[in-house]
Design a protein around this ligand. Structure first.
Ligand code: ATP
Ligand code: MG
Length: 489
């Protein structure tokens, strides 16, 4: 793509200056007001040495400041490296050095997480610059120019820095609009982290579509429901646990008809939750995507949400998908690796030539996820390819077993990995966190009723907690490490 775009925020402030850009708990800004704030930020950042093409870390909580900083970095021509503030100090140090960040912009409360190797710019200390500092604002963004570097969650290995271009973000916003449509009155509730692609993509949609963001620092079911009921929110992005708590809090209330989309990503939505949503006439759109696809790439529209329970849907208009097994495209219902193609997909990982090369075949990106497509083209995501257990020649997906275990009373958390077995090759091994002591035999009987014999765990170990990363994703690789070290006994 050789296209260029006019600076997104400047263009939006020029086209519809008086529309709401962002409504946070304590303030509201129009696009014109946001643009003026960003111009001031640009001066501040330049006076702190931020230059064009610099890699600048952003370690901030969801806030208007964070939105201003991201837009300001684009206006300076710097690349924003979005950092998860739940990472440990060591993990942050790795990402900052790997990304070759020259400075980090952070909130004061997070500054203590940073070492001395990097220049720290505390956003709370930045002063309004009144003198007319000359600023050379970037007027155009190039489609193939890297806008952001965002690390993968590190669920299957070390996090990799994903290069996301302006073209990727643009295509992602357009793909979503072609699926959901745009209504001028739309307001998108943003309570997922802005440092993840699920949150960041909402920022781009807002400025590209000219719609407002209702911003939350963190998830709060009660406040979010109030925003939908009273504040004109029409779309919300959630993960399953958020949806669950919002339904509980909603009780017998119903969302207004103007509320048109609950976009649920990050993992599959359980069937009973979908059924509950449907009885309350909540339009849940299930989606599948990843950092490398610059947010959703496959989405299920609500007219199919009950007919295709468990499906992540079909690719967005600009994208394609297929299932591959040993270099061959699978037929319907045949399981294999999900491959995707389209303009939302990264051009590669920062400084990881090998991983980039191995990640693509003829322009198709290998997602590392297993799944199948039914005879009508709907995708079903099964699990990570690297976590697949092969037992007696059968494919066993840990997620399926974990879901059954989690539905058992008193099971709070569950993780399943494969362990070598002389007879079967591999067998499932379950790690559980429970709220009270449970009877192993009862639990196994429960599993036997719900799972084919070869899927029933052969071993169970009880732990205080399961290893999870800063994105709260289960680290099965660490469970496998426990087994290798023999610590489970
Ligand atoms: P890493 O690549 O470092 O191991 P990660 O893959 O967890 O980390 P992300 O890009 O945040 O990092 O997560 C994307 C992954 O989340 C997908 O590859 C997939 O495994 C999972 N996922 C996303 N949406 C769904 C869905 N609808 N159903 C099942 N899994 C999903
Ligand atoms: Mg991944």
């Amino acid at each position: 793509m050789n296209e260029t775009f006019p600076n997104w925020l400047k263009q939006r402030a020029n086209l519809t200056p008086n529309r709401l850009a962002v409504k946070a708990e304590n303030e509201e800004l129009t696009f014109d007001e946001l643009y003026k704030r960003v111009q001031n930020r640009v001066k501040q950042l330049i006076s702190h040495g931020v230059k064009r093409d610099d890699h600048i870390g952003v370690l901030m909580k969801n806030s208007v400041d964070m939105i201003e900083v991201i837009h300001a970095l684009f206006s300076v021509g710097a690349i924003a490296v979005l950092l998860n503030h739940r990472l440990t100090n060591q993990e942050l140090a790795f990402q900052l050095s790997d990304a070759e960040a020259v400075s980090v912009i952070c909130h004061e409360e997070l500054a203590g997480k940073l070492g001395e190797k990097v220049n720290v710019i505390v956003v709370d200390h930045l002063k309004e610059i009144e003198s007319p500092v000359y600023i050379e604002e970037i007027e155009e963004f190039k489609a193939d120019q890297v806008a952001t570097i965002m690390y993968t969650s590190g669920t299957t290995g070390y996090p990799k820095g994903v290069l996301q271009t302006f073209g990727n973000h643009w295509s992602s916003a357009i793909g979503s609009a072609l699926n959901l449509g745009i209504v001028q009155e739309d307001r998108w509730l943003l309570a997922v982290p802005l440092f993840h692609i699920s949150g960041l993509s909402i920022l781009f949609r807002s400025v590209i579509y000219g719609i407002g963001i209702v911003l939350f620092e963190r998830f709060d079911a009660k406040k979010m429901n109030r925003a939908i009921l009273e504040d004109g929110v029409t779309i919300v992005s959630v993960v399953t646990t958020m949806l669950n708590q919002m339904l509980v809090d909603l009780g017998h209330n119903k969302y207004p008809e103007s509320f048109r989309c609950m976009l649920a990503g990050g993992g599959p939505v359980p069937k009973d939750l979908l059924e509950k949503s449907l009885t309350k006439q909540i339009p849940v759109f299930q989606t599948y995507g990843m950092t490398e696809t610059s947010s959703q790439i496959v989405t299920l529209s609500p007219e199919y949400s009950m007919k295709k329970v468990g499906s992540a849907g079909k690719p967005l208009f600009l994208c394609q998908m297929k299932i591959m097994q040993n270099g061959r495209e699978c037929s319907p219902f045949e399981e294999g690796e999900i491959f995707v193609k389209g303009p939302t997909i990264t051009k590669g990982y920062w400084k990881r030539e090998e991983a980039t090369k191995n990640g693509f075949t003829n322009g198709w990106f290998h997602t590392g996820d297993q799944g199948y497509i039914d005879n009508h083209g709907f995708l079903y995501v099964l699990d990570r390819r690297s976590d697949l257990i092969i037992s007696g020649g059968e494919n066993v997906y840990p997620a399926e077993i974990e879901n059954v275990l989690l539905s058992y009373p008193a099971v709070q958390d569950a993780g399943v990995v494969g362990i070598e077995d002389k007879k079967w090759g591999q067998v499932p091994y379950a790690f559980l966190v429970t709220t009270e002591k449970i009877d192993r035999e009862d639990l196994l009987a429960y599993c036997q009723e719900r799972l084919a014999k070869y899927k029933v765990p052969h071993h169970i170990t009880f732990l205080e907690e399961l290893p999870r990363n800063a994105s709260n994703k289960l680290l099965r690789k660490d469970l496998r490490k426990y087994l290798e070290k023999g610590m489970s006994k």
